[in-house]
Design a protein around this ligand. Structure first.
Ligand code: ZN
Ligand code: ZN
Length: 269
């Protein structure tokens, strides 16, 4: 049986999300009557309230309300430095599904280095040109300036337009450049949203063994995989704890992983 699921977006996210959801039995409907930028923007005109999860859940609930459907989706991305050294970009994408009738959420989350995210303050046009190259412009959008500045522009479509804006700003101060992370201006981000949709769809296709609700899946990993050398437990996972987001039923699933002695605190202190 197929069910309607609504998504509030003006950033053309539907093609990235619809195929995976269709495979899980949901027909995607886009609601574009609401401007989600009023809930927060990446470029700082409107600050997002709460964390990523709160924001995505609020959008999913809103989608149910506006679309008049039992199921809603909320998408939220976050970008910054990588969690290891903080020197290269790192993307996080969360897609939350909300069941307004039962009142519970299922999440699809992915993260990784596949992002063009970066910001740079430039003091000359050459640096601006190099930034455009690294950002993948014009295939990917860029944003010139900060909100409130006369040269702030989120809609430049060619390098001449960007350079005109940068020149305008450089007459006064160094100019801020940033990659546009809105999905319709960022194909790399769109691909990560599609991966989040696949993660969500696979959870939605897994019913809880106790209550049969969709959404059973891994909640956390449990460390302790044995070392191949000495057999001692390591920090690598020995099992995953799966949980139901509706009834809180849990199950431990062994991973049958063995850790190489290099990852063992006893063999390689
Ligand atoms: Zn060992
Ligand atoms: Zn359950």
């Amino acid at each position: 049986m197929t069910q309607r699921v609504c998504l509030v977006t003006r950033h053309a996210k539907a093609p990235a999300v619809a195929p995976a959801l269709a495979a899980a039995g949901y027909v995607l409907e886009v609601v574009d009557s609401f401007d989600t930028d009023s809930l927060g923007t990446f470029s700082g005109e409107v600050e997002r309230r709460g964390d990523m999860r709160d924001a995505a859940l609020a959008k999913a609930r809103l989608a149910c309300e506006l679309g008049g459907s039992r199921y809603g989706l909320g998408s939220e991305g976050a970008f910054g430095g990588d969690p290891f050294l903080g020197v290269s970009g790192w993307g996080r994408e969360l897609l939350v599904w909300w069941d307004a009738e039962v009142g519970y959420a299922v999440e699809g989350f992915v993260q990784g280095p596949e992002t063009n995210w970066q910001t740079l303050e430039v003091t000359d046009l050459d640096a601006a040109r190099r930034f455009l190259e690294r950002a993948g412009f014009p295939g990917h959008g860029v944003i010139v300036g900060r909100p409130g500045e006369a040269w702030f522009d989120k809609a430049c479509n060619d390098a001449d337009a960007v350079m005109a804006r940068v020149r305008e700003g450089l007459a006064a101060v160094p100019v801020m450049l940033q990659t546009d992370m809105r999905a319709h201006r960022n194909p790399t981000r769109m691909a990560m949203i599609a991966r989040a949709a696949s993660a969500l769809a696979s959870r939605l296709s897994t019913p809880c063994p106790a209550c049969a609700a969709p959404g059973f899946g891994p909640a956390e990993s449990i460390p302790g995989a044995p070392c191949e050398g000495c057999g001692a437990p390591t920090r690598l996972p020995r099992a995953e704890r799966w949980a139901c987001p509706r009834c809180a039923h849990q199950q431990e699933r062994p991973l049958a992983l063995r850790a190489s002695p290099e990852r063992c605190d006893l063999c390689n202190p």
